[in-house]
Design a binder for this molecule. Structure first.
Ligand code: XMP
Length: 512
């Protein structure tokens, strides 16, 4: 296994991801925990030093234990990792004026380094730099293998000892061929690349058992991919020590509650409490039409309800959450930042402290596509794993204006017809998210010989990578015409169908 010593960079997890893509097993450990004894016990086959926010020129800044250099294994230092490596091995780093470099840079390589094999297609390669300090003198035994305008020691190595040090971040997207560098590194360290998601599953299970012991865990199961995979993984690890609470706010899609509860409770044998609190939620939402007010009511009730049910579960000490790595990065980099609240997001953050619970977050190291792969590995149906995202506040934010039972019922039926159309035409997997919104207007129509005065609805479908930006999906006119006809014929209460062709920005994906 490979050890990543984390010096606090926000992209350390990306190194792990690049390695997982190469089917190499690695673990990330904060530098404070990496002692001589730890190293001897871990016995890594190779070590990577991550980047980090500190300056090695600062007294008391983080270091790797010196014994790491005596293990006789390949070491790769990245950014801060490069600088601490140089400093510890006898080189020099300078700080401040004229040494900063942030963003895209071009490295000119020199021949003869196995780490760079197959990387440089031309004499210049784009890399991503982000550093305030730079190496001014390399350590004895090192040679330069690449330079950039502001980093004369962009790539250095002591080939005889297999120590490599780069100033840039090969793990990020903006170093387009950086994956090659990791590939070369793990090959020369002797990894065969036989590690898989199946193996990850085993390790994750062992880690959960280790953390939880014989204590009870509770989990808010929404039926979304993240909470579902987290629940399935926990169940495999600790069986009946896990109890899931499925909060049914009455704002779910057609048959959704039955499907989710049925699958987890009856099919997979999880302990699931179906907290049907439709009356409570719809009662509190009555007469409310302001989007933020609606979101806040739902968010608060959700927490109250979850807490009420959870309090009845005896001896619960842990709360499981399907937090993913992108959430971890986001909460680190943007907490307290100057960003504007566009919409109040629905989550259970803050609950653990309030309830005195410890957190279990078994998906914290994974990206969405890896969570999906793990879900398949755990035996969740592919159709379930590939489902479009569904927001916490549910249909409430697809029902602009006041929410009524009548409108919800119409919306559920229209949405089911629309999704059925999309599946029948084989488009479901090309679309990031698709749904119907019911509009707060009635329009006049004619059906048969009679006048109708029913609701209008809007079809929404977008493509996106992460939900942060989105494009509307270009359905054919035939598809749109056929779908409109089906909805009007099959869903009483709707007599007009429109198609939302707004991208994000300036629109958002949901209507509220
Ligand atoms: P917007 O409408 O902000 O949505 O463009 C972006 C993505 O986030 C989903 N969404 C939510 N998900 N809780 C969630 O879990 C929420 O409160 C929430 N609001 C929006 C939305 O469905 C889309 O995928």
């Amino acid at each position: 296994r490979l050890l990543i010593i984390d010096f606090g960079s926000q992209v350390t997890q990306l190194i792990a991801r690049r390695l997982r893509e190469l089917n190499v097993y690695c673990e990330i450990h904060p530098y404070q925990n990496v002692t001589d004894a730890f190293l001897a016990d871990f016995a890594p086959k190779a070590v990577i030093f991550s980047g980090g926010p500190d300056s090695v020129t600062r007294e008391g800044s983080p270091r790797a234990p010196d014994s790491v250099f005596d293990l006789g294994v390949p070491i790769l230092g990245i950014c801060y990792g490069q600088q601490t490596m140089m400093t510890q091995l006898g080189g020099k780093v300078v700080s401040g004026h004229g040494t900063k470099e942030f963003g895209r840079a071009f490295v000119t390589p020199q021949d003869g380094l196995d780490l760079l094999n197959g990387w440089f297609a031309t004499d210049k390669e784009q890399v991503w730099m982000s550093h305030g300090d730079h190496v001014s003198e390399i350590a004895p035994g090192f040679k330069v293998y690449g330079t950039s305008p502001n980093a004369p020691f962009a790539i250095t190595a002591d080939v005889s000892r297999h120590f490599y040090a780069v100033q840039f971040h090969p793990e990020v997207h903006h170093t387009p061929n950086g994956g090659k560098l990791y590939e070369n590194f793990v090959r020369l360290a002797g990894f065969s690349g036989d590690w898989t998601m199946g193996a990850y599953r085993e390790q994750a299970i062992a880690a959960i058992k280790d953390q939880v012991g014989d204590k009870q865990v509770i989990c808010a199961l929404s039926g979304g991919v993240d909470s579902s995979v987290a629940a399935a993984l926990l169940h495999e690890a600790i069986g009946d020590q896990l109890t899931c609470v499925f909060v049914d706010h009455g704002l779910l899609r057609l048959n959704e509650a039955e499907e989710v509860v049925g699958m987890f409770r009856d099919h997979m044998n999880l302990k699931v409490i179906h907290a049907d609190e439709t009356e409570l939620f719809l009662g509190e939402l009555e007469g409310q039409s302001d989007p933020e007010t609606k979101r806040k009511i739902i968010g608060k009730l959700f927490i109250d309800v979850f807490q009420k049910y959870a309090n009845d579960i005896e001896g619960a000490e842990f709360l499981a959450q399907g937090t993913l790595y992108p959430d971890v990065i986001e909460s680190v980099s943007f907490s307290g930042g100057p960003s504007v609240t566009i919409k109040s997001h629905h989550n259970v953050g803050g609950l653990p402290e309030k309830m005195g619970l410890k957190l279990v977050e078994p998906l914290r190291e994974l990206f969405k596509d890896e969570v999906r792969a793990l879900g398949v590995e755990l035996g969740l149906p592919k159709s379930f794993i590939g489902r479009h995202p569904f927001p916490g506040p549910g249909l409430a934010i697809r029902c602009p204006g006041e929410i009524t039972r009548e409108k919800l019922e119409i919306l559920r039926k229209a949405d089911a017809v629309y999704i059925d159309q999309i599946r029948r035409h084989g488009l479901y997997d090309d679309i990031w998210q698709a749904f119907v919104a019911i509009l707060p207007v009635r329009t006049v129509g004619v059906m048969g010989d009679g006048r109708t005065y029913d609701f209008a609805c809007a079809l929404r479908a977008v493509t996106s990578v992460d939900g942060m930006t989105a494009d509307y999906y270009p359905f054919s006119h035939e598809f749109l015409g056929e779908t409109a006809t089906r909805i009007i014929n099959e869903v009483p209460g709707i007599n007009r169908v429109t198609y939302d062709i707004t991208s994000k920005p300036p629109g958002t994906i949901e209507w509220e």
